[in-house]
Design a binder for this molecule. Structure first.
Ligand code: ZN
Length: 501
């Protein structure tokens, strides 16, 4: 296995370049002075080029081919074969795209971002339309080079974020989910509404930080192998399994912003910190896909972090940090407030019930734009009509409608479904965890997350990138991805909260 060993060594080196890029990216969002932007962009470009050339170069190709023939006789489930499958997938994806197209895309995305920021500020969709048109065109070209079957161009784009996932599969799952969600939103709208004003009281930032760090550690985030910092947009990034960074942001008069945001990013971080130690620095120490990644953040944020059990234990702790604002608040009031459902026009502010409807809308419009069925100039109208149909509301302007998300300006078509797939999978995995480990809920009611985390470690984290998302779901749950678990979770929880029958 000489070629295989050499390939692993080369991939580890490429990984070190990529991790260094990630350090620079983290620093840019957390600490870099604004004046550093121009030089930082050049540092990104240089390191990015080095990593790309090392990965797609002839040396890597020769080692990969050599390693594949060395491993041909091994079992398909051997670590060597699974590793080579991961490498082959990304090697083919990277080398299928002509350099000219990669450069055109990078340029269009950089310009696209600037144009989008301005267009959103002034809510001027017309100013963004030509850029969107160009990004769609380049993405179509990209899909043609990546290849797809059965005339479904969207498959090629989706596959970049959720390996192996097919558009038809997403349509099937969303089709099951949609009527249940729309119905639930309507029933909740007709019920007496929840008062969440306790969350809008005065919450000093330094106290929020202390409480967020406390919770994050309780959930199992290892501070000897990670940090939490402040950034404009919350995110999780990793420089290897032993150095995982999360960020959060603070709103003095909206407690969930930092607290629930921290729990969400902790879910992502536990996945990254939970890869098998023996896989460190290899292609297997990676997520199966973005949907699986999001299942981890949603499980901890929503199923655990928005549960009555959780706040029964941790509200008394919160009261130590926010003496004045939480003094008169009981568990039930807090639990209800943190679960208030309210259709809003903004995806990132959406609650558990309405969130996936925001995603379905984007998924449907993306497919129609890419196929040419929906002209770019008609996007705002189509967007607003769908908002009305799904959530019964319309945005005040395009800044709060079709211009709100960064994804399209970065050419990220096919990304949105992973958010919803992750949300559904969070409930499906949790159901299975409870069947395997019936003691989990009793532990949770004592504020102990050990058994749940262990189950996730063994079933989801340690396998890393060994399996495609659909294979992982099938292996762990014994069935394909489904929306049943999520719908029944929502029905149970919000039926009780809103007194529905
Ligand atoms: Zn997330």
């Amino acid at each position: 296995m000489e070629n295989y060993q050499k390939l692993l060594a080369r991939l580890a080196e490429i990984g070190h370049v990529s991790s260094s890029l990630a350090v620079l990216g983290w620093d840019q969002q957390c600490y870099m002075p604004t004046g550093g932007a121009r030089e930082r962009a050049e540092q990104f470009a240089t390191l990015g080029k080095i990593a790309h050339e090392m990965f797609t170069g002839d040396e890597t190709r020769a080692l990969l081919e050599g390693a594949e023939s060395e491993a041909a006789g091994l079992a398909p489930e051997s670590d060597e074969r699974l590793t080579l499958r991961v490498v082959r997938r990304s090697f083919d994806q990277s080398s299928k795209l002509p350099t000219k197209l990669v450069q055109d895309l990078a340029k269009a995305e950089a310009i696209g971002h600037e144009v989008w920021v301005k267009a959103r500020e002034t809510s001027n969709f017309k100013a963004f339309a030509p850029t969107l048109e160009q990004l769609l065109d380049l993405s179509r070209q990209k899909a043609e080079h990546l290849g797809y079957e059965g005339g479904v161009l969207y498959d090629a784009l989706l596959d970049q974020f959720e390996p192996g996932m097919k558009t038809a599969e997403v349509e099937r799952v969303f089709g099951e989910l949609r009527p249940g969600l729309v119905g639930l939103v309507q029933e909740i709208a007709a019920a007496p509404q929840i008062d969440d004003s306790v969350l809008k009281r005065d919450y000093p930032e330094e106290n929020q930080k202390a409480f967020a760090d406390f919770l994050v550690a309780k959930l199992g985030f290892d501070f000897s192998r990670g940090r939490q910092d402040k950034a404009v947009h919350p995110f999780c990034t990793s420089f290897g399994r032993d150095d995982v960074r999360i960020t959060t942001r603070y709103d003095k008069n909206w407690l969930p912003c930092a607290i629930m945001g921290s729990i969400h990013e902790t879910g992502h971080a536990l996945y990254e910190q939970g890869f098998d130690a023996k896989d460190a620095d290899t292609p297997l120490a990676n997520a199966a896909g973005l949907g699986v990644h999001e299942s981890q953040s949603r499980l901890w944020e929503n199923i655990i972090g928005r549960s009555r059990n959780f706040w029964a234990v941790y509200l008394p702790e919160a009261k130590k940090h926010f003496k004045a604002s939480l003094k008169d608040v009981d568990v039930e009031t807090f639990y209800r407030a943190i679960n208030k459902v309210e259709p809003s026009t903004i995806r990132v502010e959406a609650d558990e019930v309405t969130y996936n409807l925001h995603i379905m809308l984007r998924f449907e419009l993306e497919k129609q734009m890419l196929s040419g069925q929906l002209a770019v100039k008609d996007v705002p109208e189509a967007w607003n009509a769908k908002m009305q149909e799904y959530l019964g509301i319309q945005p005040s302007d395009d800044a709060h409608g079709c211009l709100q998300d960064v994804h399209w300006s970065g050419g990220m078509f096919g990304y949105f479904p992973t958010y919803a797939l992750g949300t559904l999978l969070s409930a499906q995995l949790y159901d299975k965890a409870l069947r395997d480990e019936p003691g989990i809920e009793a532990e949770l009611s004592r504020g102990d997350f050990g058994s749940l985390l262990n189950w996730l470690r063994e079933n989801v984290h340690k396998p890393g990138a060994r399996y495609l998302p659909a294979e992982l779901v099938e292996r762990v749950c014994g069935e394909p991805a489904q929306s049943r678990s999520y719908l029944s979770y929502l029905r149970g929880k919000f039926g009780q909260l809103y007194g529905l029958n």
